[in-house]
Design a protein around this ligand. Structure first.
Ligand code: DAH
Length: 341
């Protein structure tokens, strides 16, 4: 054995030791590694090799071996200290310059963001949140809301029936009646929730979608209150924007109106999203029909009210400039991550 060969053997064992020590994760693996690379017999075999060297090389070889020995012992000591300090991974495994692995952080869905914002704005205006069931009776979903018995919306094509008399609610308007039955006026509520219709799933329809219902009932409530409230809402939600009312029809309101806001994509100049009109409809509304108040047991001679219904998904499309409602319901995280908060 020459000094050169001895040096190589030490170098080899040095590398093996470093590799093995880097795999230590707990006390048991520490002991296993020690037995494998630094047992008494391994140390003795190095001493034996020393004896095979020419006498004039032994001094250098002895120094090399002693340096190696203290390096290995220090390594085990250090690793042991790390383990007792509660660090499961040995220091050799840590490269502090490596970029951290990105954590996958969930975010709020754009429709949830919009619903939360709308609710927050109406809370400031004195509204509280009311909820109703997603499965409804025909009475709450239609009859109490003054739909004539042969109304086409009750047809199988629009409504998903769960049974003879039970439907998946097609709108959040039944919450108006349920709330009025339990809480006599004055009331101001907002009812967000899921609705269902037998609609195709295309660029502008989803068979399951959200709505937010608003309802205010008190003595002396007028159309002026409705207009002022929803206009204030639009200004707060979209920032300064123009709004307009168009006459419309709903069985449960009289008179009825739809509110448009200036198209948020083209600022009113006309684009494909607003079909060149410069306006986007954001809600249906009107004065609560006396028949609805009566169905809920409220004296329609004494009380009046107004209501509205809007679709947060449509509003999210406006807000985020989305061309297709399916983007919101496809659950493609690559898209959702772009708008999630
Ligand atoms: N329920 C209506 C729909 O689903 C929306 C609506 C319109 C609700 C006018 C209202 C309202 O409360 O007053 O299309």
């Amino acid at each position: 054995m020459t000094l050169e060969e001895f040096r190589d053997r030490i170098h080899e064992h040095d590398q093996l030791t470093a590799r093995e020590v880097s795999s230590i994760i707990d006390d048991a693996s520490l002991e296993a590694v020690r037995a494998k690379v630094w047992s008494r017999s391994i140390q003795q075999s190095f001493s034996k090799l020393l004896g095979e060297l020419a006498p004039d090389e032994r001094k250098d070889a002895g120094r090399i071996f002693n340096e190696f020995k203290s390096r290995v012992e220090e390594l085990f000591e250090h690793t042991n200290a790390q383990l007792s300090a509660g660090k499961a991974v040995s220091a050799q495994n840590l490269d502090l310059t490596m970029p951290a692995r990105m954590r996958w952080i969930g975010g709020k869905h754009p429709v949830t963001i919009v619903v939360d914002e709308i609710v927050a704005i109406f809370r400031e205006l004195g509204f509280t949140v009311a909820l109703g069931p997603e499965s409804e009776t025909e009475w709450y979903n239609f009859i109490a809301l003054n739909f004539p018995p042969d109304h086409p919306a009750m047809d199988l094509h629009d409504t998903l029936y769960l049974g003879d008399n039970a439907v998946l609610r097609t709108h959040t308007s039944p919450v108006q009646v349920r709330t009025l039955q339990r809480h006599p006026p004055p009331i101001r509520i907002l009812a967000p929730g899921k609705c269902f219709r037998r609609d195709p799933f295309d660029a502008s329809h989803a068979p399951a979608f959200e709505q937010i219902e608003g309802l205010a009932v008190d003595e002396g409530i007028s159309f002026v209150d409705l207009k002022a409230t929803v206009t204030t809402f639009a200004q707060k939600f979209f920032g300064t924007t123009r709004t307009r009312f168009r006459p419309s029809f709903f069985p449960f309101t009289e008179p009825s109106a739809e509110m448009d806001v200036e198209c948020q994509l083209c600022s009113g100049s006309g684009c494909s999203a607003c079909k060149g009109t410069g306006w986007m409809e954001i809600l249906g509304s009107g004065m609560v029909h006396p028949a609805v108040l009566e169905a809920a047991g409220i004296d329609s001679e004494r009380y009046t009210g107004w209501a509205f219904g809007m679709g947060p998904a449509r509003i999210a499309m406006l807000r985020y400039g989305l061309p297709d409602i399916r983007l919101l319901y496809d659950s493609d995280v690559r898209f959702l991550a772009q708008v999630a908060e």
